[in-house]
Design a binder for this molecule. Structure first.
Ligand code: FE2
Length: 277
């Protein structure tokens, strides 16, 4: 059964508004590149998973880069990721906001690729940017980065395997879970999705060991005493951390970047580490 449904007129309106608002704002803030707040101190969070074959392996999970220009903080992220010595790096979308960000993005991704094999999927802002999936795919290919858009990659490990599945953005109803492989012994299936509403789309028969996503930015601005007031459609109330639906577990990473305004308040960017024991 297909878990993808056609985009509705509401999605079209949302994408148009995202594009119409995003471009001028990013161009405006591009004129004052140092005008950023709350983006340069990182929390490194770790979660541990039991799996015989993958024991001792580690993946770093980044999300919501929103790179329009390369800043000093991007060097700091690369340094932190390098120190974590990952076997793999995964990124769950919102790579850029505007097409002008592409060279900066691939400079950053190329440096991550020097640390470990890199698996990437797309988010809503990657589509709002107007860059086509074919263009992302070509650039990824050129930089030896695995772009997964409703696709999976099988990585043999010892006597088993890690399968990394990347779906297109669930918040834009582009995720197609038919690319998930069936359950198998000695296999760990890691699902990369941009938006937390993927958890509303998975079904009990889907063989997934762990889902990681971003999209929420942890609310981006967290004022003490006031409930989270900014969450993009597709979060369905899931702001950060662990969430569960039946047998499936989802980790929502607060991400590294910003949407619409270059500020995060009381909401530190996050680098997550997936460790197998
Ligand atoms: Fe984002």
């Amino acid at each position: 059964m297909s878990t993808r449904r056609a985009s509705s007129w509401l999605d079209f309106v949302r994408a148009s508004v995202g594009q119409a608002l995003g471009h001028p704002l990013y161009q405006l803030f591009g004129l004052v590149p140092d005008w950023e707040f709350g983006l340069s101190d990182y929390d490194v969070t770790r979660h541990t998973h039991l799996h015989g074959v993958l024991a001792g392996r580690r993946a770093v999970h980044l999300t919501d880069l929103h790179i329009d220009r390369y800043c000093a903080r991007h060097d700091r992220i690369i340094e932190i990721v390098g120190d974590l010595q990952p076997d793999w790096i995964v990124i769950t979308g919102d790579l850029i906001n505007v097409p002008e960000g592409l060279p900066h993005l691939f400079r950053f991704l190329g440096r991550l690729r020097d640390i470990a094999p890199l698996y990437v999927t797309l988010g809503n802002h990657d589509h709002y940017s107007g860059v086509s999936v074919a263009e992302y795919a070509e650039l990824a290919d050129r930089h030896k980065i695995t772009l997964l858009v409703n696709q999976s990659a099988v990585i043999p490990v010892g006597g088993g395997e890690l399968v990394i599945v990347g779906v297109d953005d669930p918040s834009l109803h582009r995720a197609d879970l038919r690319c998930l492989p069936p359950r198998a012994d000695h296999r760990f299936t890691l699902l990369l999705a941009h938006a937390p509403n993927v958890l509303d789309q998975v079904e009990p028969h889907h063989a997934i060991d762990l889902i990681v996503c971003g999209h929420s930015h942890g609310g981006q601005w967290r004022v003490p005493g006031i409930p989270t007031f900014w969450l993009p459609p597709g979060c369905n109330g899931r702001i950060a951390g662990w969430h569960r639906s039946g047998v499936h577990r989802l980790y929502v990473n607060r991400g590294l970047g910003w949407s619409f305004l270059p500020f995060r308040f009381n909401c530190r960017p996050e680098i997550a580490v997936i460790e197998w024991v």
